[in-house]
Design a protein around this ligand. Structure first.
Ligand code: PEP
Ligand code: MN
Length: 294
């Protein structure tokens, strides 16, 4: 039988001594509603309504510039685009990497929009933070605690997506990992969870929105695109999210969804996105929030 002279687990373990707060840092007892400040005077908060839009992936300069142009024209405030993509298949398009970050930055600067993109691996945090205004943690990394801790050490806003198999309590505790390291700029994003239902890609957990809003001071946004997996469902789900109290939306859009390298089936074309923004504006007359745009 093998014997163990030293305890390899303890030797390799990097224990972070973060003092336990009397109430979780995400909780409403801890502080008033958070306001996430972004360039161009855009903010994400309970008093504002911020629409994040753009393609699933950055594919070329022409594609990201054309998409930025139409989402901005219709009233989106923040430009999204994936450069490091978490794909189910290792053979699928994995994103343009650093070249994609550069193109997204170029489009954001040109159209005067803050930009958000996913950081897939902790070794990319520095480079992604150099380019992006918000770093996105995708659903698949929601409980990657070492990545979350490292994102807690930077000061740029982090948008944390709910994992497909993550409860609301676990989602909040994942956010706590970032907050506990000192980064207060956290945005939560409900993007659908796995259920027995097969008509949609995931099931948008609409009740998570008011539950989260009751439990945390952090802004809560909704991504109906990844929840539905079908562009025809985005419009009603987006409006439902606002009715439930979401502070913003993340919508996938593409200049030509039929030729998208990723998630074309759930991407809105320019005319459909313009129609959605018109209804968002109408609905916002009831919600009475400040619709963020430049
Ligand atoms: C995305 O926003 O591009 C994405 C991959 O989303 P999710 O992590 O929610 O699947
Ligand atoms: Mn996508």
């Amino acid at each position: 039988m093998a014997t163990c002279n030293a305890n390899p687990v303890l030797l390799s373990c990097n224990i972070t001594n973060v003092a336990t707060p009397s109430s979780p840092l995400y909780s409403k007892t801890y502080r008033d509603a958070s306001v996430i400040h972004l360039p161009y005077n855009i903010s994400i908060s309970e008093n504002t309504l911020a629409v994040i839009a753009g393609p699933c992936s950055i594919e070329s300069e022409e594609q990201i510039m054309a998409t930025a142009e139409f989402v901005k024209k219709s009233g989106a405030a923040i430009l999204r685009g994936g450069a490091f993509k978490p794909r189910t298949s290792p053979y699928a398009f994995q994103g343009m990497g650093i070249a994609g970050l550069q193109l997204l930055r170029k489009a954001g600067d040109y159209y005067r929009m803050p930009i958000i993109t996913e950081v897939l691996d902790s070794e990319d945090i520095t480079i992604v933070a150099d380019y992006a205004d918000i770093l996105q943690v995708g659903a698949r990394n929601c409980q990657n605690f070492s990545l979350l801790r490292k994102l807690g050490k930077i000061r740029k806003p982090v948008l944390l997506k709910r994992g497909m198999m993550v409860t609301i309590k676990e989602f909040l505790m994942a956010a706590e990992y970032i907050l506990a390291e000192g980064n207060e700029n956290v945005i939560l994003c409900e993007r659908g969870i796995r259920t027995f239902e097969t008509e949609t890609r995931n099931t948008l957990d609409i009740s998570a929105v008011p539950v989260l809003k009751q439990k945390t001071h952090l802004p809560v946004i909704v991504d109906p695109s990844h929840a539905a997996g079908n562009w025809k469902l985005i419009h009603p789900l987006a409006l439902a999210a606002l009715a439930a109290g979401a502070d913003g939306l993340m919508i996938e859009c593409h200049i030509k969804p039929e030729s998208a390298l990723c998630d074309g089936e759930q991407s809105l074309r320019p005319d459909k996105f313009a129609l959605l923004m018109n209804d968002i504006r109408k609905m916002n007359t009831l919600l009475n929030k400040k619709l963020e745009c430049i």
